[in-house]
Design a protein around this ligand. Sequence first.
Ligand SMILES: NC(=O)c1ccc[n+]([C@@H]2O[C@H](COP(=O)([O-])OP(=O)(O)OC[C@H]3O[C@@H](n4cnc5c(N)ncnc54)[C@H](O)[C@@H]3O)[C@@H](O)[C@H]2O)c1
Ligand SMILES: [Zn+2]
Length: 351
Amino acid sequence: MAENFDLPASAPAVVAHGKGDLRIEDVALAVPADDQAVVEIAYGGICGSDLHYWLHGAAGESILKDPMVLGHEVVGTVVRAAADGTGPCVGTPVAVHPATPAPGAARYPLDRPNLSPGCTYLGSAARHPHTDGAFLRYANLPARMLRELPEGLSLRGAALVEPASVAWHAVARAGDVRGKTALVVGCGPIGALAVAVLKRAGAAHITAVDMHAKPLEIAQAVGADVLLQAGDTEAIAAVEADVVIESSGNHFGLASAINGAVRGGRVVMVGLLPSGAQPVAISLAIVRELELVGSFRFNNEIDDVIAALADGSLFIDPVITHEYALSDALEAFATAGDSAVSGKVLLNFGL
Ligand SMILES: NC(=O)c1ccc[n+]([C@@H]2O[C@H](COP(=O)([O-])OP(=O)(O)OC[C@H]3O[C@@H](n4cnc5c(N)ncnc54)[C@H](O)[C@@H]3O)[C@@H](O)[C@H]2O)c1
Ligand SMILES: [Zn+2]
């Protein structure tokens, strides 16, 4: 590919304009800053937060005030390297770490930049002006966000690197899982990826819980040993898991997670519960001396995920259930919003 690749003046993007108003439209391409490379986006995974901006005009406390390009789960190829000479050169296939930590005055462990209070994320309305995402054919991205894909790992094979890093971080928050009994509550993409990461990390026995057949089928395909229905409280309690990953994101799931943990066990909460008070019978966590641990995004785990995908030790292919052309993004979003029929839905920007 030539160094002087001529960028078009505009490119198609997926833009959330407000509640229920998602558009596929051409946006003008800005001149990249010196530290930005231009990446030709190949695939973008649709995430729960993208769905929230579309359906509610907000994701939790992040309220859409202006139109915003969605998307943070993207992979692509560098078509123009950063002018300051940092980062990968033209032609390099890359995954993207969507976070920009913002060290400030607030206290947090400095080795955990995911906790820096001013951290921005691609495709997030947490701040104003919003941080545009990368569901855009040609995205200007800071070179430091780009992770070169090793030989043997295709762009499609790397399309789930971002959510897999969320799952990897969550499993890491559970500690050493080798030989342990694990329970995963909620087997959407994040839960299914957690099953795959637990399997790779050596968990001895993995039980997966969901209310739909499709996510359970995916969980089984990536390593779950036993599948349970969400309403089967007795069977969930009988699991007595050393390690529980809560990835449903609602209080019923958190209740199941607590219920299914063994005395002295650890529950990792990666599912994002709505803000505000949540009705969960928490007393069991006290008398069982459970450890309830939060998990938020990830740091350099992305490099471990890329290496594990490249060497074949992390198997996640079944998590991708659908792929749509960018022009069919509206249909893709509708499919992604239905947990009963889909795992991860990809947009293919090259079609
Ligand atoms: N902490 C983080 O950094 C982070 C990052 C990404 C996503 N998330 C959150 O993780 C959660 C999962 O993400 P996802 O993309 O897989 O979402 P998803 O909505 O696709 O999956 C949730 C799954 O949970 C199931 N479920 C719902 N209620 C249940 C219950 N009571 N018991 C068992 N299963 C139940 C649903 O059927 C669905 O399959 C969401 O809350 C999302 O916001 C957190
Ligand atoms: Zn995501």
